[in-house]
Design a protein around this ligand. Structure first.
Ligand SMILES: Nc1ncnc2c1ncn2[C@@H]1O[C@H](COP(=O)(O)OP(=O)(O)OP(=O)(O)O)[C@@H](O)[C@H]1O
Length: 921
């Protein structure tokens, strides 16, 4: 207890100046055991969770008042006040003021929803940390770490708290977040002498939120939460402004243009009115109502709302999108570059074949990570396999817990193979502990461990066991070991035996792993020397063929991409032959090249050959980055997957960097904008599909809003000029009723419309294309014109039948019906509304039904009619209003007919084109 309360009190010598054991003692923790559950509980209560405090929370009143900072809200409020002062007529004043409250409540609700989705996503992105507690390595939520915890880190992890390093194997950490230095710093447990040593030079410390880029290590947590170095500067990092999406930016400028046009038109309406001798007050309120209806201030906010709801929907499809703009970009993805292992395949590795130099082939039975199964010699020979299986058991970090694998699946396949051959994994590891190691890195593609052993001749040796990619290890080999124990040199004449065996196994789509060894004189061995450099002059032991079946849903997803004009490429660290075989099985088109061949080509050459490349194997991280840059330069929207530390630059460079939620490193997740919670390729395609649907719905909404807005302005201008309805065809409350009560359900129906069928049979939307094309504008003007002429004509008919009130009611009813028809028509730009797929779902019909009800009620219900200045219409007038509104449908169908003809002549985009010749290695 006394120790616990002392924990974390740094005495005069800083942690980095003291020996690791000393620091451990200070924290009352045995390094080999870790803290006990009791200690953790107590310390958690004392120090609180390991979390950086967020910004201050805004009060509800402040949040509500903030909604009044909007320009339109201020206009409405001023209008309400002016109206009350001038006319003393409460009805309009209350409606105007009520409208601002309504807007504020909607705004608050949207903010709450967006915050909720951010919180939900943050919850899904929780960092887990590996700690040693009560003698066991366990994974815990990083927020549960306490001072004194022993944390295990490896390449790809984010350091979850501040700590004093007590074990380091080629450990390197990138500390740019704290020190600004982007080059990783080598770490070791040795104390750093001196005081006030700058952060960047404290090589025995690791700091929260920095990234492990290489190696493996253990640290004693010295500070958590706001007590960490990053905690001290956390307040400096808070409050970064979220960036606007490309669409939002376009809409911002579109809104400004429209506001200007609407402003000029409004001024004209007022001027014409004044010239006609209208009272200023009537004109003022009409102007305000028209401004509310015609100036699309809400557009960018609607986009934000739709996008943030979109992120939740996509999360339900197993992809977490971290930034809103990405949801929008997703839909225009034209190339997906995907890893193979785990994304296109299941990453359930099972060894199927064992090959030993000297033509001894074995097949392996059994499934998954179950250790039942047999290693059978194809010729029936019985051999002592232990020398070949020992490296598989020892040169691996993975452990089996029953049938569950904890660790890397490739290692899983090898340890299961060793177990099938009769080795007791735990016992073997206890008998030959590791004295040094080279952790696996996809840069050099092997892993090595060093153990005290006895040579075949009986002498004590330090033995290095290596496992890794065949091409790499064959190149580093000097000899091979035959089953009888003889070791023969690898020569230029016999090297092909090894490469032939590799090619044969790889051609079946199997991953090939090689195990090898090298002995050192124990007296001359230096465990802290250049260990990677020691992995040479190896003796080849065995080659293992491992199957990793393709994901069943990947094939269909790839076929879907082909239809959608999205090119899929496999970018893998695996061997070219293995990759090409899997690519063929999955239907990925194009030739396979290796990273080396790729790197040897000039940019021009690559650009010319890109369309025929389908698989890039044995890639280095810099190849990925170059590929992303080239593809982007040729006008593509690139989605690139990655899981390792070194993938971060390519993930950042891609339009949509995609990280793996299960197997991906923290560093890759940080660099990516999308994280797949199921690591599955098909999920990317689902997200793209959702992105397309979302963008399409935004366009539907936008088209609807624009056409109604053109009509509002035109109706007032024309009425003023031609002296129809005394220049004010709709009173302010009618405008607001139409705009808020009738239009909102239609707009919601469009924003949340079911995806248009055939979205994934269209080519991707070109980047940077304006939201509304020239054709769109022409069409909007035509539709606006039809609505204007139709509505004013309806007024005339109504006026002739029963005077001004009937005329105004006819105009309001016809224009409202026009909006309803325009809404339904905005759902598809090309296909006719009579298409069977074009019928809205029941939920959608309910929204249109609500709008229709509003249209009917405002004339039928007496109290409403009194407030809004309407009256009941005869059946004949209703029929006329409906007939006029339907004229919009006729015009739109004609436009679609013309567009359909033109559309069929548009060719597909070049990168989308399929390559003749299919897959070839
Ligand atoms: N744990 C490991 N130890 C040693 N060598 C490994 C290990 N895992 C993979 N390898 C070798 O390194 C090569 C590259 O692995 P890397 O993880 O970079 O890519 P990959 O697993 O093949 O998959 P991806 O398609 O995701 O790039 C593999 O083909 C394999 O030969």
């Amino acid at each position: 207890m006394a120790v616990d309360q002392q924990a974390g009190k740094e005495t005069s010598v800083p942690w980095y100046g003291r020996a690791a054991d000393d620091v451990a003692r200070e924290f009352g923790v045995p390094i080999e055991q870790g803290l006990s559950a009791d200690q953790v509980q107590r310390r958690l209560a004392e120090h609180g969770p390991n979390r950086l405090a967020g910004g201050k929370k805004e009060s509800a009143v402040a949040a509500f008042l903030r909604q009044y900072r909007d320009f339109m809200q201020i206009v409405l409020l001023v209008a309400a006040v002016v109206n009350q002062l001038v006319t003393r007529e409460w009805g309009t004043t209350l409606v105007l003021a009520g409208l601002t409250v309504f807007n504020a409540v909607i705004g608050l609700r949207q903010e709450a929803k967006a915050e909720e989705s951010v919180r939900a996503l943050a919850q899904m992105l929780k960092t887990v940390a590996r700690v040693r507690r009560d003698g066991q390595a366990v994974e815990v939520d990083a927020e549960q770490l306490v001072p004194g915890d022993i944390v295990l880190v490896e390449a790809g992890n984010r350091v979850p708290a501040d700590g004093r390093i007590c074990v380091a194997a080629t450990l390197e950490i990138e500390e740019a977040a704290l020190t600004g230095e982007s080059l990783p710093v080598g770490k070791s447990p040795d104390p750093v002498p001196g005081r006030d040593v700058p952060l960047g030079d404290r090589t025995c410390m690791a700091y929260m939120n920095t990234s492990v880029t290489r190696g493996r290590g253990e640290m004693i947590v010295t500070a958590t939460g706001m007590g960490t170095e990053i905690g001290h500067i956390a307040h400096l990092l808070a409050g970064t402004e979220a960036d606007k999406t490309p669409l939002q930016k376009q809409l911002d400028s579109l809104s400004k243009i429209i506001a200007t046009i609407a402003g000029i038109a409004l001024a004209l309406v007022v001027l014409i009115g004044l010239a006609r001798g209208e009272s200023f007050n009537t004109l003022f309120i009409t102007g305000v109502a028209l401004a509310v209806a015609a100036i699309p201030t809400g557009l960018p906010a609607v986009v934000t709302a739709l996008l943030s709801i979109g992120t939740q929907e996509i999360a339900r499809r197993n992809a977490i999108v971290k930034r809103l703009p990405a949801v929008e970009t997703l839909g225009s993805t034209s190339v997906i570059c995907s890893d193979k292992t785990g994304t296109l395949t299941l990453n359930k590795m099972t060894a199927r074949e064992l090959a030993i130099p000297g033509e001894n082939r074995f097949t392996v039975t059994g499934e998954g990570y179950r250790t039942e199964g047999e290693i059978k010699h194809v010729g029936g020979a019985r051999l002592d396999l232990d020398p070949y299986l020992l490296p598989m058991a020892l040169c691996a970090d993975a452990v089996l817990d029953g049938e569950n694998l904890i660790g890397d699946p490739t290692e899983g396949a090898l340890i299961v193979l060793a177990a099938k051959g009769g080795l007791d994994l735990a016992e073997t590891r206890r008998a030959y502990p590791r004295i040094a190691e080279v952790p696996f890195d996809s840069d050099y593609k092997f892993m090595a461990t060093f153990h005290h052993m006895t040579s075949d001749a009986g002498a004590p040796v330090v033995r290095c066991y290596v496992k890794g990619a065949p091409d790499v290890l064959i190149a580093r080999a000097a000899s091979y070991r035959k089953p009888d124990g003889t070791v023969l040199p690898v020569t230029d004449a016999n090297r092909h035996l090894a490469t032939d065996a590799n090619d044969r196994i790889a051609a079946a789509g199997e991953r090939v792993m090689v195990v090898a060894q090298r002995d050192f004189d124990p007296a001359a061995f230096d465990p802290s020397g250049d260990l990677i450099g020691q992995v040479r002059d190896l003796t080849l032991l065995a080659m293992v063929g491992i199957v990793d079946p393709p994901r069943p849903e990947a094939k269909a997803a790839i076929a879907e991409c082909r239809e959608a004009g999205i090119r899929v490429r496999m970018i893998t660290g695996d061997h070219a032959t293995t990759a090409a075989a899997i690519a063929k099985e999955l239907g990925i088109e194009g030739r396979a090249v290796t990273g080396t061949q790729f790197a040897a080509m000039s940019d021009e050459e690559l650009l010319a050959r890109l369309p025929e490349l389908g698989v890039i194997a044995r890639v280095a991280p810099e190849d990925k980055l170059r590929l992303v840059r080239l593809l982007k330069a040729s006008g593509n929207v690139v989605s690139m997957t990655g899981d390792g530390v070194n993938d971060a630059p390519a993930l950042k460079a891609a339009d949509i960097g995609v990280a793996m939620g299960i197997t991906g490193t923290e560093v890759s997740k940080e660099a990516a904008v999308m994280i797949l919670t199921d690591d599955n390729f098909a999920t990317i395609v689902k997200a793209v599909e959702y992105g397309r649907g979302l963008y399409d719905n935004l366009l539907k909404y936008l088209r609807f809003q624009m056409s109604t807005l053109v009509a509002y302005i035109a109706i007032f201008l024309v009425a003023g000029l031609l002296d129809i309805a005394a220049g004010t065809p709709l009173n302010p409350l009618q405008i607001l009723w139409l705009n808020m009560v009738v239009d909102i359900p239609i707009a919601i129906a469009l924003g949340f419309d079911d995806p248009t069928s055939g979205l994934m049979r269209r080519p991707p939307r070109p980047v940077g294309a304006p939201v509304l094309s020239a054709t769109d504008w022409v069409r909007l003007c035509v539709l606006g014109a039809v609505m204007t002429v139709g509505s004013l004509w309806a007024y005339q008919i109504g006026f002739a039948a029963g005077g001004a009130v009937v005329g105004a009611t006819m105009l309001l009813t016809t224009l409202s019906l026009f909006h309803l028809v325009a809404g339904l028509l905005s759902r598809d730009q090309l296909n006719t509304i009579f298409d069977r797929d074009a019928i809205p779902s029941v939920a959608q019909l309910r929204r249109y039904g609500f709008a229709l009800l509003a249209i009917i009620l405002v004339t039928l219900l007496d109290p409403l009619a009194r407030i809004f200045g309407t009256t009941g219409l005869s059946l004949r007038l209703w029929c006329i209003a409906i007939a006029i509104a339907l004229s919009l449908l006729v015009v739109e169908e004609l436009i679609k007919l013309v567009l359909r003809r033109r559309h069929h002549r548009v060719p597909a985009r070049p990168e989308a084109a399929t390559v003749p010749g299919g897959t070839a290695a």
